[in-house]
Design a protein around this ligand. Structure first.
Ligand SMILES: C[S@@+](CC[C@H](N)C(=O)[O-])C[C@H]1O[C@@H](n2cnc3c(N)ncnc32)[C@H](O)[C@@H]1O
Length: 430
């Protein structure tokens, strides 16, 4: 498999062909739909001989809905392929060589069940001829698929998608609301359910929206998130509480966290707990030590670091997440954290840390952050990554600087049925 939805094949000349709708080991009939100089893309139209790793997807929408691109691949094969993608990225992009990469990368850790693990789904909205359709992002670009349930959500809530989509399609159609998407966060532990309606600033039928949602699923919180600028950038013009708490609560290990709708929070709660466990095991912060947490979000690692170490400097660029972090620290009674809002490079803490956590977005660490980290006297860094390619690039930069070197890379399966893989890397002084 590629680090993507497709399987890889080669044509008679040896050229790489990415094949959608196939899994590794299949013999398929496929139609070539794109040809580039160095690679082609094809779409499988018939499975002639199924791979021993092919399974019947547990979800009836697999293949149409874009949420589970690897649903036809057995879980064992998913685990092998994800570890292989990490090894491959370290060997090729990190220039570590196959043998060293194989030694560094542990087997994939699976924190929970391969289905029903998500605490969040996002529905896309499309308007056509006055009608609004809400559904999951389809497998094809721009497609929206109407589904009755989502098997990635906890079983008890799998029908939530249908009730929310039904209620809001009617509301948006009849009121001309320009809904862009709808986020639903659900916690099995706290029983909190939040629905977030993403649109643009302007008139909005607040009371009606709150009533429709109340009738559909009685959420503990309903909010409206107003965006500005391009949709992908997710810049926020404001958040309005329509009913209930105005934020969503979850328990991660020993911490209770509240998160507002626009803030990042891991979609797999058991997975987030496993990350915290791996990071704390790797760093073993001590009460006399200072810690740093860059890209800290609402505090998934900041709170456990603050309980174990003397002081934590935390940096996060997204305003709503910084506010969540401060509120979470206050609720937890932790006053040994300097929570700074801003870019991790520009606001790099002016302090000497003993242990450091970095958990950047997919783009990885900016070069100036690698440089500033390299100047730190820290004994260890835990690098949490959701992108093996940028992780490998950054590890190579630390090695080039001769400051920190990876000792262990642990892939963690936060996103079963997809190609995505999270990793926790322990770096120690080179
Ligand atoms: C993968 S999330 C991790 C958040 C947190 N550690 C957690 O586990 O919930 C990455 C975080 O980095 C923040 N971020 C993105 N770019 C940043 C930057 N240049 N400086 C600081 N934080 C940034 C995002 O807003 C997001 O909260």
């Amino acid at each position: 498999m590629t680090y993507g939805p497709d399987a890889v094949a080669h044509d008679a000349s040896g050229k790489t062909v990415f094949v959608s709708g196939a899994v590794a080991g299949d013999v398929v009939r496929a139609v070539l739909d794109r040809e580039e100089e160095r690679w082609s893309h094809a779409r499988a139209v018939e499975v002639v001989e199924p791979s021993p790793d092919r399974v019947r997807p547990a979800c009836p929408y697999a293949g149409v809905c874009g949420g589970c691109p690897w649903a036809a691949l057995s879980y064992d094969a998913q685990a092998r392929s994800k570890r292989a993608s990490v090894v491959d990225a370290l060997a090729r992009i990190g220039r570590m060589g196959e043998e060293r990469a194989e030694r560094l990368v542990s087997p994939l850790v699976s924190p929970g069940e391969p289905w029903g693990y998500r605490n969040k789904v996002e529905l896309a909205a499309v308007r056509a001829g006055g009608r609004v359709t809400l559904g999951m992002h389809g497998a094809g670009e721009g497609d929206v698929v109407r589904v009755k349930s989502c098997m990635l959500l906890d079983k008890a809530h799998s029908g939530t998608v249908k009730s929310v989509a039904g209620a809001l399609s009617y509301l948006a159609g009849s009121n001309g609301i320009d809904l862009e998407r709808v986020g639903i966060r659900i916690s099995r532990r706290t029983r909190e359910v939040e629905v977030a309606l993403w649109d643009r600033p302007g008139a909005f039928p607040r009371a009606q929206a709150a009533k429709v949602l109340e009738d559909a699923l009685r959420p503990t919180s309903a909010v409206r998130v107003m965006q500005k600028g391009p949709a992908k950038a997710r810049r926020i013009a404001g958040v309005e509480c329509l009913s209930g708490a105005g934020s969503w609560g979850e328990v991660v290990g020993e911490e209770r966290m509240r998160v507002s709708a626009p803030s990042f929070f891991q979609v797999n709660t058991k997975g987030a707990e496993k990350l915290v466990e791996l990071v704390m095991e790797a760093l073993r912060p001590q009460p006399h030590e200072e810690a740093m947490d860059l890209y800290c979000g609402a505090g998934t690692f900041t709170l456990p670091l603050a309980r174990r170490s003397g002081f934590v400097s935390a940096v996060e660029s997204y305003g709503p997440a910084v506010r969540d972090l401060r509120r979470n620290l206050e609720s937890a009674g932790l006053d040994n954290v300097d929570a700074v809002g801003g870019d991790a490079g520009r606001e790099f803490p002016d302090t000497d840390a003993d242990v450091i956590v970095v958990d950047p977005p997919r783009a990885g660490l900016a070069e100036d952050v690698v440089r500033r980290l390299s100047e730190q006297p820290a004994r260890a860094i835990a690098y949490v990554s959701c992108n093996p390619a940028t992780l490998a690039r950054d590890l190579a930069r630390f090695e080039q600087a001769g400051t920190f070197s990876p000792r262990r890379v642990t892939p963690v399966d936060l996103f079963p049925q997809t190609f995505h893989v999270e990793t926790v890397t322990l770096l120690e002084r080179a």
